[in-house]
Design a protein around this ligand. Structure first.
Ligand code: NAD
Length: 451
């Protein structure tokens, strides 16, 4: 049993049983049985069921959002966006079953055709920071391709995933096609890795656990997609619209209280405008509205847990703090938006994914220096480039080793464009037009016409 606590109030909100190994095995066996019929559901019928699932999410949007506010401390505005993202991803991939066509390849003496075959049971392992969207990015394309799904939410945040499973059944998805199995990572998540009937693992979480998942999957040459950590750069050139870059920088890193794999937690600023940028950044940071996540207008809520707050706090003890925003007094796991100015590039404030509302500002000299600093990390997930020179924007975007870059913007995710990391930020891509194919095997069939 896991006891769930509202991170904004520290009140107990629910208790959820954790599945045992036997229960995980039973869920996988049911998913395996359900695959035999789900894979053969006519494409149009599969598409219709996914659209009905999307409509059920839409009808339940406010309820899902409020559940996430209580369970995860997300602001109500973000939580509504997150539930809407699940709806939109389901609609987007509902178009796939009827379009998942193979190819006809010219050969002599017959006909050669390819098919996209579903894999079977797909295991989706979700972290606590974005419980709804990350679940949807895994299950929607997997189901569209004809797979069945077992999904393990994070121990701290299972409520919206459990609700999504109820909505899927109410929308008419056949039993056991989409199951949510709350449990511990080392028990249920690990079983997805070791169980031979699970043909692919989609893991989103820390790079440390991601490496264990990848090593475990190697044993069965199991397909794996990894979406891992980040330490992304927000690069501000002297020719940028500085007021806009400074005004939006807090939203590029403090969104979801910095518990965001795409957080631009290193701001690299061209030295000649460094002082001016800091002058502009200070009021923007101090203006972030931190407080009751359920209130409209709140921009930042609490951290997920007391333990995580301790971890984030440990980074800023004795840190060179430039300035901080506000945070309510307890109860709740509050931490103020914090700007630090580390003196060395080896400082953990610059190298580590803190996963809280802490951003390091570092000066650079020229374009080459900016690219060098941006790439001086084991991660490569996202980043921003602020400049009014379109040539520079493209040169830098091509040179930065990261999967998702934005120019004069801090946005990272559009469900119809690919998302994923370079280097130790991950393996494979989610979202976008190619995600469904990643849940299939290509089969080639040659039919002889010889007599
Ligand atoms: P985590 O790695 O601790 O846990 C993630 C999930 O894996 C949880 O469900 C957990 O129960 C499970 N797990 C833990 N140990 C396991 C094991 N041995 N085998 C199988 N499953 C196991 O990560 P977290 O603290 O929940 O999430 C924060 C991390 O997730 C950050 O590093 C963040 O950057 C990353 N993240 C990445 C993306 C992305 O798309 N790249 C998105 C969101 C979060």
């Amino acid at each position: 049993m896991t006891v769930l606590v509202n991170p904004a109030t520290e009140e107990t909100i629910d208790e959820v049983p954790l599945a045992s190994l036997d229960e995980a095995d039973a869920a996988i066996a049911r998913a395996q049985a359900a695959f035999r019929t789900w894979r053969d559901v006519a494409p149009g019928d599969r598409a219709r069921l996914l659209r009905r699932f999307a409509d059920a999410v839409d009808a339940d949007l406010e309820h899902l959002a409020r559940l996430e506010v209580a369970n995860s401390g997300h602001t109500i505005g973000n939580a509504r966006w997150e539930a809407g993202n699940v709806r939109d991803v389901l609609h987007y991939y509902a178009a796939a079953p009827e379009r998942l066509s193979g190819r006809q390849i010219p050969v002599a003496g017959g006909l050669d055709v390819t098919f996209h075959e579903p894999l079977g049971v797909v295991g989706v392992i979700v972290p606590w920071n974005f419980p709804m969207p990350i679940a949807g990015w895994g299950f929607a394309p997997a189901l569209a391709a004809g797979n069945t799904v077992v999904l393990k939410p994070a121990e701290l945040t299972p409520l919206t995933a459990l609700r999504l499973a109820v909505l899927a059944r109410e929308a008419g998805l056949p039993e056991d096609v989409f199951q949510v199995v709350p449990g511990e990572g080392a028990v249920v998540g690990h079983r997805f890795v070791t169980h031979p009937a699970v043909r692919k693992v989609v893991f989103t979480g820390s790079t440390t656990v991601g490496k264990q998942i990848m090593a475990g999957c190697a044993d069965q040459v199991k397909r794996v997609t990894l979406e891992l950590g980040g330490k992304s750069a927000n690069i501000v050139f002297a020719d940028a619209d500085l007021p806009r870059a400074a005004a939006t920088a807090p939203y590029g890193v403090f969104d979801n209280a910095g518990q965001d794999c795409c957080a631009r937690s290193r701001i690299l600023v061209q030295r000649k405008v460094y002082d001016r940028f800091m002058e502009l950044l200070e009021p923007a940071v101090k203006g972030v509205v931190v407080g009751d996540p359920g209130a409209d207008g709140t921009e930042m809520g609490p951290l997920i847990s007391a333990q995580h707050k301790d971890k984030v706090s440990s980074y800023v003890v004795d840190a060179p703090i430039a300035f901080q925003g506000s945070a309510p007094d307890g109860p709740g796991f509050w931490f103020p938006p914090t700007v630090v100015t580390p003196r060395s590039m080896t400082d953990p404030l610059v190298t580590d994914e803190i996963f809280g509302p802490v951003v390091a500002v570092v000066p650079f000299d020229d374009e080459a220096d900016a690219i060098r600093l941006a790439n001086d990390t084991e991660y490569g997930l996202s980043g921003s480039i602020w400049t009014s020179d379109v040539g520079r924007a493209l040169r830098v975007a091509r040179a930065v080793e990261a999967g998702n870059l934005s120019v004069n913007s801090h946005s990272s995710v559009r469900y119809w464009t690919p998302f994923g990391g370079f280097k130790q930020s991950g393996l494979g891509r989610e979202l976008g037009p190619d995600a469904v194919a990643a849940f299939t095997e290509v089969k080639n069939v040659f039919i002889s016409t010889e007599v």
